[in-house]
Ligand binder design. Structure first.
Ligand SMILES: Nc1ncnc2c1ncn2[C@@H]1O[C@H](COP(=O)(O)OP(=O)(O)OP(=O)(O)O)[C@@H](O)[C@H]1O
Ligand SMILES: [Mg+2]
Length: 327
């Protein structure tokens, strides 16, 4: 698969009053053409900082960002200036955030906001832009799109607003869309509908998608490849089917146990014992060892490397689960 994004050795540090927060530590990420890659992990593990770094949205300073390469559609954008990035954002790469209320302008109709995308990036006239906007709203499943284009964000439901964000993100047929918890704020049933629309749009437009989520059930229905992140590091990477049938990292296993199944009568779910380490006070060795049932002396001392563990698979663990049992 032709890569659309190749992120190499991304490191992001925030100097704070509590000390240095190493939010992202040497992360590599590959996204293929038309591929949906999910970045998963508990709150605070560095998913948003990683994905925003791809779009060069992390202000440095105050953050200290180091990266060997951000190869996007065949060129390295790591040293692009604000003007060059402005050209790329929205047009070739766009982002969908969790909270549509803060992403949308509250005093502008949703139609005008989508029109802007076409006018700015494709040089369309007002009339041509509006025609495209109405078509886009129709595509993402907004009823009565012509009338709805004149609504203000607060006049739409949460699910509708999130669909408007999808329409904006896909407006210029970007090569890559980064969706950061795009459905977290919605009810479960609406979530499923919006995800289905997102997947359909992605396939229809031939876009690549980086989906950031803490929710593995979302991943199962949409992703091709999954990266699991813990405390700033990638701990496992695998094709989605392999991850679900044979997770290799104890942290991934814990995350899966935390997914409530609809068949569970009381929708009980277990949580991984313990908590994510404070980002300024990470433990020695493997960051997961204080929460891991299988940790040995070696795990407490040394950070395991990320190693190949199967076809298109990688794991960062001294004692990964394998088909034949634990090593
Ligand atoms: N501007 C900032 N200044 C200081 N620390 C920050 C800043 N932005 C993020 N961090 C820290 O970096 C770490 C990674 O944050 P990030 O937002 O990427 O987590 P996340 O995985 O997206 O979590 P969530 O699921 O809650 O969105 C966290 O410890 C966070 O507190
Ligand atoms: Mg986040």
């Amino acid at each position: 698969m032709e890569p659309i994004l190749k992120l190499r050795n991304l490191k992001v540090v925030f100097p704070t009053n509590f000390g240095l927060i190493r939010a992202v530590e040497s992360v590599d990420l590959d996204i293929g053409d038309r591929e949906c890659v999910a970045l998963v992990g508990e709150s605070g593990c560095g998913k948003s900082v990683t994905s925003q770094s791809v779009m060069r949205l992390i202000e440095s300073p105050p953050a200290v960002t180091r990266v060997d390469a951000i190869e996007f559609a065949g060129r390295d954008i790591k040293d692009y200036g604000p003007k060059q990035m402005q050209e790329i954002r929205g047009k070739e790469m766009s982002m969908i955030f969790q909270d549509a209320m803060t992403s949308l302008n509250p005093v502008m109709t949703v139609g005008n906001q989508i029109d802007e995308m076409y006018r700015r990036h494709q040089g369309d006239s007002k009339k041509a832009a509006r025609q495209k906007t109405v078509r886009a709203l129709e595509l993402i499943g907004l009823p009565e799109p012509t009338a709805r284009a004149n609504s203000f964000p607060h006049e739409l439901s949460g699910g509708m607003r999130q669909r408007v964000l999808l329409a904006m993100a896909f407006a210029c047929m970007p090569k890559l869309i980064i969706a950061d918890e795009p459905t977290t704020a919605l009810d479960v049933t609406i979530q499923a509908q919006v995800l289905k629309t997102l997947r359909g749009m992605q396939r229809g437009c031939g876009t690549s998608l980086l989906l950031v989520t803490h929710d593995l059930s979302v991943v199962a229905s949409i992703a091709d490849t999954v990266y699991v992140m813990y405390s700033g590091k990638i701990v496992e990477k695998a094709p989605v089917k392999d991850l679900f049938t044979a997770p290799q990292h104890p942290y991934t296993v814990g995350l899966m146990a935390a997914v409530p199944r609809l068949t569970d009568e009381k929708r009980k779910f277990t949580q991984i014992p313990g908590a994510v380490p404070h980002p300024a006070r990470k433990p020695s060795g493997c960051y997961f060892h204080p929460r891991c049932d299988y940790a040995t002396a070696e795990c407490k001392k040394e950070m395991p490397p990320l190693v190949k563990s199967g076809a298109d698979r990688e794991v960062r663990c001294f004692h990964p689960l394998t088909a034949g049992g634990r090593q």
